[in-house]
Ligand binder design. Structure first.
Ligand code: GBH
Length: 447
């Protein structure tokens, strides 16, 4: 295959980031090593029925011990960036108070190891693993949590400093507030709308305070936040009003405070008495200048009658993943144009994009042509948006490794690298080989 074919004739800026993403609880394991304190996912996972098959992140991909080999995999794939998260309970086992130096040592090794291999480190400060000690006093519903979070963020930044290319405060706060405190399908497993909205408010305040603290500390790394965002489509004219409400509840409840310092009105009115008491000045201060917005894109929301479907329009004509999510690459193009128009940011990073498929491991390999097609078509749509003026700076495949898919345990495989959970052997799938050829062609790296 020629270089040109591998690049599909698409030209990206030479400094474009081609990376892969992971998160701490989903891959690290070693949950009681080197002074790590318990997290809400350890607690939640210990309750039968919460996680498919009773699986937990206790061992996961054993990345805590295999990090160097995992970084080697990305280097061999010609990637130039790695997005991972720092586990708060490793850094501050009690959530607040003394810092655990050994926890920071791990991330320092990881950051230096990434840099040695030509991978820019992109750090997420919170990817859902809250210290259990903080949950014991209310977690994100506690009014002091913005202060605790900012303190933790500073401790990380003080150690890792400007070796890190970017810090994202939160990964997908909607998941923490809605799935964790309202739907109960994520840790801590609560089911209360009022508490969930209060949690979302405190997450916003935490974001604002942490960004201010990191700027005041003169952190040179870029600062931003990562949101799960979706185009929302109405099946019929009659579904339009519902679609607008869904858009506000999922997308704009998170975009508006961060970019405008306000909550969206339709959703606010819809929630009625359940909305928290707001300090308008504090809410306004959530809106801090950011260097980037991280976009996690997986599917669109399809609104039909009382249903909000992730599987898209009904019928066999739609390709769906093993999560039953619609494959809808065009949605990434639409989403980026909408964001650029309504929530302008200096740059956008596609911080996650990928799919779980029913991979077949045979003859020592996984021929995941569906995942190759998924990545190629989404990258094409991202490129289209860039040609139309959206400043996109990078693309991170979710995920580097098959890993712990939250409530689904290890049953859903999102990796471009296959993990055998018995032996911990990593095998790059056809998609990883394809991505490696693509990244090499894009970066002009010689064989
Ligand atoms: C992202 O979430 C996450 O950042 C990442 O950690 C995750 O592994 C990846 O995507 C793939 O899911 O059906 O109620 O149990 C994307 C948002 C979060 C949507 C979990 C689906 C299942 C919720 N997703 N979710 S539930």
């Amino acid at each position: 295959m020629t270089t040109h074919d591998s690049a599909f004739g698409l030209t990206f800026p030479p400094d474009f980031l081609w990376g892969a993403a992971t998160s701490a609880y989903q891959i690290e394991g070693a949950t009681s090593e080197d002074g790590r304190g318990p997290s809400i996912w350890d607690t939640y996972g210990a309750v039968p029925g919460n996680i498919l098959g009773g699986e937990t992140g206790t061992v996961a991909c054993d990345h805590y011990h295999r990090w160097a080999a995992d970084l080697d995999l990305m280097k061999a794939m010609h990637l130039n960036a790695y997005r991972f998260s720092v586990a708060w309970p490793r850094v501050m086992p009690g959530g607040t108070g003394p810092v655990n130096a050994a926890g920071l040592d791990f991330y320092e090794r990881l950051v230096d190891g990434a840099l040695e291999r030509g991978l820019e480190p992109h750090v997420t400060l919170y990817h859902w693993d809250l210290p259990q000690a903080l949950q014991d006093v209310g977690g994100w519903a506690h009014p002091d949590i913005p202060h605790w979070f900012a303190e933790y963020a500073l401790a990380v930044a003080q150690r890792l400093g400007d070796r890190v290319a970017s810090y994202a405060t939160f990964n997908e706060p909607w998941c923490s507030a809605e799935l964790g405190y309202h739907v109960g399908r994520h840790a801590p497993g609560l089911r209360d709308l009022r508490t969930s909205l209060l949690a979302s408010y405190h997450i916003h305040l935490s974001h604002g305070q942490a960004v201010r603290a990191l700027r005041e500390a003169n952190t040179r790394a870029e600062l931003g936040i990562v949101l799960n965002l979706y185009p929302v489509d109405a099946a019929t004219e009659a579904d339009r009003e519902t679609a607008a409400l869904v858009d506000e509840k999922i997308n704009r409840w998170y975009l508006d405070p961060v970019f405008r310092g306000t909550f969206p009105e339709r959703a606010w009115a819809h929630y009625g008495d359940a909305v928290p008491e707001i300090d308008p000045a504090a809410l306004a201060a959530v809106c801090q200048p950011l260097d980037f917005l991280g976009v996690n894109y997986y599917f669109r929301q399809w609104v039909s009658g009382n249903e909000v479907r992730r599987s898209g329009p009904p019928g066999a004509g739609t390709e769906r993943t093993a999560m039953d999510w619609e494959v809808y690459p065009e949605g990434l193009h639409r989403l980026l144009l909408d964001l650029h128009r309504e929530y302008p940011a200096p740059r956008y990073l596609i911080t996650e994009n990928g799919a779980a498929f029913d991979d077949v491991f045979g003859n020592g390999r996984v021929q995941d042509d569906n995942r190759v097609r998924f990545m190629r078509t989404h990258i094409e749509q991202m490129h289209r948006a860039m040609e139309e003026g959206v400043p996109v700076g990078g693309y991170f495949a979710w995920s580097l490794l098959d890993n712990f898919e939250w409530a689904f345990g290890y049953s859903k495989r999102f990796g471009i690298v296959h993990v055998d959970y018995e032996t911990q052997v990593r095998t790059p799938k056809a998609s990883a080989e394809w991505y490696a050829r693509f990244a090499r062609a894009q970066r002009g790296v010689a064989r």
